[in-house]
Design a protein around this ligand. Structure first.
Ligand code: OOB
Length: 552
């Protein structure tokens, strides 16, 4: 493979790149260099703890050596710079080993979530022309090897399936490492792509987000400074490690950047996480609002010692002020709100913000070079303090999705601002308050669902004439998904369960199966003014921007 895939997305114009370098944001670091430096500086410190099923603790030296050996093995099997590799691993130590091995080669991990199934994985593998797919044998009761077998049939570029555990008909990851003959000479440059992150999505298929070493490492450094991450930090990864939030805000990559210790949590529930916090003396973690509610409730009766916790970050979806006020007293640590996106921009409340700001805003940008515009439907800036569409541009916000020139024309302004699809207002202190959303996306407790993706599946049901998937308020998740279905004339109703089964059987992440299905004669005028998207699509009218804000 050539380096061409690195160029498959718009990047920062030269004058911006020069400015970000001059400002010291982009320092010419790579992930490989970062890990090697930490291994040289304090090789005996523990980088990573994986508590289950048997506790494993890898030092920085061990992680670096493992990544080097695995990289050599990947190269021996033909994986080269610029190749894409879909990585679908749960919160296990091998996650870090695999991605640092790929970084070393300059191959690009595509971060799938453990919940993704045949529809999503098949798409990632074929769209990204992936050469390899890395999986666990089984996870959460699901056999990923069978999924891999099915995906191989539809993705002709896929040459390897590497399995953590029992490989079945595929290749055991443990058979891959071999003696490393030094570092590859053609390893990635700091301005090269490091990986492809997934977008929450507003369209039928998720978009891939190209992040470079330079830009992502800057967001780690900035996040670490704001959150006070240092070599003494013990960060617990409770959300899926593949998601941008637990990866970089400040997340496990931020913690490794600082030389701290990452503790992987196999499941996020208090019964699993609290004993890990006690045993490993965890100091920091990050989570979505519904989980923060569960932890807040569970803390009162918890028999575990949570006193090592200093800071919990909450974000990914709107955290209600009422819930936010309960967290600190219940868990005995500080709260920080985070409003971020895999495309780039991340906002945090600050450790020295007053309490009211922490509980009632979603923070302010990491960087003084994060440019924020809040505009009305016509693209004009709104008066200070009023709400509008959030547009952003900056040193770690992408200038375009990977291989999506058509979509990029509407997702970005001509001068390179990303249209976040979020409706926000700015307080006098510069903090943002998320008021709602204009994009066609449902935020199900931090998990993003693109209605169009689900509608397309439901439309394929023989009894269905038309469908509209919308978000409805839910006290726990913030939003749940509701599919309004109009049946074909004369068709017998298959019933709500059959519609849900139809979606599930298409092999899709469980969180995307509609929570509710209602059969209607015409689409009700909902709070967000949805109409038939089928009609919209045939008329090819853009669905974004003009929709009034929905409540998150
Ligand atoms: C994070 O990343 P994504 O890419 O899954 O989702 C981004 C979207 C934002 O555009 C916004 O609509 C929503 O998620 N969001 C929030 C929020 N944080 C994210 N909405 C309201 N309040 C918040 N605090 O979700 C993500 C990435 C990095 C750090 C944190 C979250």
């Amino acid at each position: 493979m050539t380096a061409a895939p690195y160029e498959d997305a718009p990047t920062w114009p030269a004058e911006f790149a020069a400015r970000y370098r001059a400002a010291g944001h982009w320092r010419g670091e790579t992930f490989t260099g970062m890990l090697r430096e930490r291994a040289e500086a304090h090789g005996d410190r523990v980088a990573l703890i994986d508590p289950a099923p048997e506790r494993r603790a890898w030092t920085y030296r061990e992680l670096d050596e493992r990544a080097a050996r695995l990289a050599a093995g990947f190269r021996a099997r033909g994986i080269a710079k610029g190749d894409r590799v879909v990585v679908q691993l749960p919160n296990i130590a091998e996650f870090a080993e695999v991605v640092f091995a790929l970084f070393r080669i300059g191959a690009l991990p595509v971060y799938a979530l453990p919940a993704h199934r045949e529809t999503e994985i098949g798409y990632f593998c074929s769209f990204a022309e992936a050469v390899a797919y890395v999986i666990p044998d089984r996870h959460a009761g699901f056999d990923h090897r069978a999924l891999a077998t099915a995906v191989r049939k539809q993705a002709p570029t896929l040459k390897h399936v590497f399995v953590v555990g029992d490989p079945g008909e595929h290749t055991a990851l443990s058979d891959v490492p071999c003696d490393a003959a030094g570092e590859p000479e053609d390893g990635p440059e700091p301005h090269d792509l490091a990986f492809l992150q997934l977008s929450g999505g507003t369209t039928g298929v998720p978009k891939l987000i190209p992040r470079t070493h330079d830009d992502y490492i800057y967001s780690l450094r900035g996040s670490n400074e704001i959150c006070g991450v240092d070599a003494d930090t013990r960060f617990l990864v409770v959300l899926p490690a593949a998601h941008n939030f637990p990866m970089s805000s400040p997340g496990w990559l931020g913690t490794l950047y600082a030389g701290g210790t990452v503790v992987l949590c196999p499941r996020p529930d208090p019964a699993t996480a609290f004993p890990v916090i006690e045993q490993e003396r965890v100091t920091m973690t990050g989570m979505v609002p519904p989980l923060a509610l569960v932890w807040t409730d569970a803390a009162a009766s918890a028999e575990r010692d949570l006193s090592s916790l200093e800071l919990i970050l909450v974000g990914g979806a709107k955290y209600s002020e009422t819930a936010a006020r309960r967290l600190e007293p219940a868990l005995g640590c500080r709260l920080m709100q985070v409003f971020g996106m895999a495309e780039g921009l991340v906002n945090y409340t600050r450790l020295d913000d007053d309490y009211e700001t922490v509980v009632s805003t979603q923070g302010r940008p990491i960087s003084e070079d994060d440019e924020i515009r809040i505009v009305d439907d016509a693209g004009q800036e709104v008066p200070e303090g009023q709400f509008g569409h959030l547009l952003t541009r900056g040193p770690y916000t992408i200038r375009g999705y990977w291989r999506a020139p058509e979509h990029n024309r509407t997702a970005f302004t001509e001068d390179g601002f990303y249209r976040t699809g979020d409706i926000v207002r700015r307080t006098p202190s510069g903090h943002l308050v998320v008021e709602g959303r204009a994009k066609d996306q449902i935020n199900r407790g931090g998990e993003k669902v693109a209605p169009e993706e689900i509608e397309n599946i439901i439309l394929a049901h023989p009894a269905v004439h038309d469908v509209s998937v919308v978000g409805v308020a839910d006290p726990y998740l913030g939003e749940r998904t509701l599919a309004y279905v109009i049946l074909r004339e004369g068709a017998e109703s298959p019933g709500a369960l059959a519609v849900k089964r139809h979606v599930r059987e298409r092999g899709i992440a469980a969180y995307k199966v509609p929570d509710l299905v209602e059969f209607v004669d015409v689409f009700p005028q909902t709070g967000i003014g949805k109409v038939s998207k089928k009609g919209l699509r045939t008329d090819s009218v853009p669905t974004s921007a003009s929709t009034p804000p929905a409540q998150n």
